[in-house]
Ligand binder design. Structure first.
Ligand SMILES: Nc1ncnc2c1ncn2[C@@H]1O[C@H](COP(=O)(O)OP(=O)(O)OP(=O)(O)O)[C@@H](O)[C@H]1O
Ligand SMILES: [Mg+2]
Length: 333
């Protein structure tokens, strides 16, 4: 059992910057939670409070029902992997991984067993006798993860662990983390500003902006039911198109979006949601996913500016009045 609860968490730094406002989050045992949001939104600060590396200004953090506010980092049973994983350069991979266990005076045979077991899981057995400088970026990152794993933490914290890697390695390591997660029974809190990482890794995503949590939900919930324009624009690739100066119309009990004078009937889900709120007709910004626009002889006209072919997919950049529109036709063939 390693449940993590954040209750009314707030962080005010010494310079009076409020980096995190009132974060409430119940992380279930073995859940993989991803904190995502733009630079400066308070992701690292939140994680560092869970780790005990920052003082909590207000609120409480519980791990397994025990309040952690005044517990030292080393006694919290957590492990953290950072972006700049800072391995000890003068000792071998083996010793880097064994370091924390030696500090805890773990018996030698037990250390040896644990290091070898974790190295096997991460595919770094053949590098155990090398020094970090003789490893590639991806291999070093594995060692950093291994160093955290040997401690069998209750909670695994990761702050942008892949952002130092090139795109190809990042994709590979992302898959590694998914596999890793299936092999170790731990609760994860993972920080990234990359929505693809968030969408592919998370059981639930916590999306933050300016120190506030905007929405908490599964990747599908955030994609299909964003609560505001920020979430709608942050989640999904390519990003959602926004048509300014659109209208919400209500005619004979049926809702339509009017974009540049053209009427579109809204989906059943949207009809129900709007009816429940008893929403009146109003002016809106209409959001449409690139995958939900097709090119043909419809009523809405746009000027195609660029068409990009990317193997099996292609995307079209067009101007619809003053609105830039990206279209990614779904290939059904
Ligand atoms: N030690 C500090 N003292 C004062 N302000 C800080 C400190 N650390 C962070 N901040 C501020 O707190 C806010 C949140 O910072 P934080 O590092 O948590 O953001 P982040 O979401 O992790 O961003 P990034 O994606 O760039 O890593 C920022 O405005 C930052 O400038
Ligand atoms: Mg950060």
């Amino acid at each position: 059992m390693s449940e993590v609860i954040l209750k009314g968490i707030k962080k005010i730094y010494d310079n009076k910057v409020t980096a995190v406002h009132d974060v409430n989050l119940n992380i279930k045992d073995k859940e993989f939670i991803v904190l995502v949001g733009p630079s400066g939104c308070g992701k690292s600060t939140t994680l560092r409070m869970v780790a005990g590396l920052e003082v909590i200004s207000e609120g409480e953090i519980y791990i397994d029902g025990k309040i952690m506010n005044d517990i030292a980092p080393k006694d919290r049973d957590i492990a953290m992997v950072f972006q700049n994983y800072a391995l000890y350069p003068h000792i071998t991979v083996y010793d880097n991984m064994a370091f924390a266990l030696k500090l805890r005076r773990t018996p030698k045979a037990e250390i040896d067993k644990k290091v070898k077991e974790v190295a096997e899981i991460l595919g770094i057995t053949q590098y155990l006798n090398r020094k970090p400088k003789a490893l590639s970026g991806g291999q070093r990152q594995r060692v950093a993860i291994g160093r955290a794993m040997v401690r069998n933490p209750k909670v695994f914290l990761m702050d942008e662990p892949l952002s130092n890697l090139d795109a190809k390695l990042r994709n590979e390591m992302r898959a590694e983390i998914i596999k890793l997660r299936q092999r170790i029974d731990t609760t994860f809190m993972y920080v990234t500003h990359d929505q693809t990482e968030a969408m592919t890794l998370a059981d639930r995503i916590v999306i933050m902006k300016d120190g506030y949590v905007n929405q908490i939900g599964t990747p599908q919930e955030l994609f299909n039911k964003p609560v505001n324009l920020f979430v709608a624009g942050f989640i999904g690739m390519p990003v959602m198109n926004f048509f300014q100066e659109s209208k919400l119309l209500l005619e004979n009990g049926v809702y339509y979006a009017e974009i540049r004078g053209v009427k579109f009937k809204l989906s059943d889900f949207q009809q129900k949601a709007l009816k429940r709120k008893n929403q009146k007709a109003t002016s809106i910004t209409a959001g449409v996913r690139p995958q939900h626009i097709s090119v043909g002889s419809g009523d809405l006209s746009a000027n195609i500016e660029v068409s990009e072919m990317m193997g099996t997919e292609y995307s079209i950049h067009a101007m619809c009045g003053n609105d830039e529109v990206v279209i990614e036709p779904v290939n059904n063939t």
